[in-house]
Each structure stands twice: as C-alpha cells, then as structure tokens.
Design a protein around this ligand. Structure first.
Ligand code: 2HA
Ligand code: ZN
Length: 269
C-alpha cells in the first residue's frame, strides 16, 4: 500500500485548505471541502477495510459507492497540514445510501463536516449538469459576506455588481452567482436549497454566512471563489464613493465574444 499522504489529490487538498486559511476565508473551524475521488484514484492508498460507519441522515442513493475526501467537523483549516489524518477523512457512500463508510482519517474519533448534506446534495446536483464536477467548497470570504449586509440579494443585481468590478469576472463565472437568504446552517433544508441553486450556478452565496463553490478540481473551485471575493473586495472599497467609470454591458458583450462565453440569460442588457 502506498502512503496516502503522498497521493496527488491529498497533497492538493492539504495545500488548498492551507491557502484558504491564509486568505482569511476559514477562521477557527469555518469552512469545509469535499473532493470526489474514483476507486482507481484511491485504491492503492487504502486497505479497503471499513474503519467505522457514520450515518449521513439523508438519502444519498444517487452517489452510492462514491468516495469523497472531506474536512472534519470542528476542525481548523490551519491545522490540516500538521495532522491530515485527524482533520480529514476519506469516506465511501455505503450501499444502503444512508451511511458513510470511513476508509481513512478522522483518526481522533471525529467525523465529517456538519455541512455534508449541503456538500453531497450539491455534488449530486452538479454531477447531473457536469459529469466532471469533483469539488464542493464552502468558506467565509470577508468581502462577499460584507456585501450581503449592504447589497440587494436579488441574484441578477448581485451578479451584475460583481461582473462590473473586474473585467475577468464574466469570463470566470458567466453563470453568475445565486444567493440564498439567511438560513440555519448544517441542516438538510439548507443543503436542499443550496443544491437547487447549484443547478444554475457554480457559486451560491449564503447571506450573512459565506459562499459555496463547485468545480472540476480544487484549483478551479478555489479560483472561482477567489475571483468573486476579489470583485466583492473592490465593491466594498468603492460602494460608498461616487462612481465615475464603470464596465458597461456593451463592454461585457465584447468580453463574451472575445472569450467565447455567454453571460447568464437575461443578466446583460
Ligand atoms: O463549521 O463553516 O457552515 C464550518 C462551517 C459551517
Ligand atoms: Zn460556514
């Protein structure tokens, strides 16, 4: 058996959690990540023996047998690199669809993030649209969060404001951002609402809380959130100042043509 800490996907997960912490997006135990892995990717690194079974508390029958590397509940992103085995776990969705089988990790008796319903439901929603989706990422980026206190939560308006803040925004997230009102976190209800929003955008803002991102790999998903957060940062710097210049819809149409993307239907005039 190979050392799991040398697996490429493990190294990327550890680096990503560290990077997110240093961006200030994951204070204390804030945030969580889940990375979908194939049997092929994991088989050389695990014995195949189930260490423990942990109930999911919802039915995940669409993803039976799939493997996910997931951050642990109550764990701090800043500590992942020092003790990956305690802070991360590799789970497989059991054949009954309602349990997770622990294959590696959570070595101090821990379990997966309390937000696992939102993660798995979002994986199911994204996989139906994009079979290559692998990552769901949740964090608390400062400026996105700040923006939800002072900006309308109307999704078209919220998206347009972010698109206007950096030239590349419409290229990076042409599908825009969806926005949920404040909801109680850690519940199946917020999980279902997030997954529903994931059907039309890879970014879902949780008002007064943070953001969810989805993507094909850790870098792409990180970059998606990073770009939205950069735009929100610019907005927070200028929102209270008179705006002399702005990116116009005409300019954004030029970006669409140049980069071969199409902004969300009806979001540009
Ligand atoms: O505790 O961010 O939303 C981790 C969280 C919950
Ligand atoms: Zn959170």
């Amino acid at each position: 058996m190979k050392d799991i800490l040398t697996a490429r996907w493990m190294v990327q997960m550890i680096h990503t959690a560290d990077n997110m912490y240093f961006h200030g997006w994951d204070e204390r135990n804030g945030g969580n990540i889940s990375l979908l892995l194939t049997e092929e990717e994991v088989k050389d690194y695990i014995s195949g023996e189930v260490i423990r079974t942990i109930p999911l508390n919802f039915d995940a029958k669409e993803i039976i047998g799939k493997y996910f590397l997931v951050t642990g509940t109550g764990k701090y992103f800043k500590n992942v690199k020092y003790d990956p085995a305690a802070n991360l776990g590799l789970i497989r969705i059991a054949q009954n669809g309602v349990d997770a089988e622990l294959m590696w990790g959570y070595s101090d008796g821990g379990r997966f993030t309390s937000e696992l319903p939102a993660h798995l439901m979002s994986h199911i929603a994204r996989l139906a649209i994009d079979p290559e989706n692998k990552v769901i990422m949740h964090c608390h980026p400062t400026n996105i969060l700040a923006m939800t206190f002072i900006h309308t939560l109307d999704e078209r308006e919220f998206t347009r404001t972010l698109w206007q803040m950096c030239t590349e925004c419409i290229v990076v997230f042409p599908d825009g951002v969806n926005v949920l009102p404040w909801m109680l976190c850690g519940t199946n209800e917020i999980g279902e609402a997030t997954a529903e929003k994931m059907k039309t955008s890879r970014l879902v803002v949780w008002s007064l809380h943070g953001i969810y991102g989805a993507g094909k790999n850790l870098d792409e998903t990180f970059g998606l959130i990073e770009t939205a957060e950069k735009a929100a940062e610019i907005y927070m710097k200028i929102a209270h100042l008179p705006r002399v210049n702005t990116l116009t819809d005409e300019q954004m149409h030029l970006l669409e043509d140049r980069f071969g993307v199409k902004g969300r239907e009806g979001y540009l005039d």
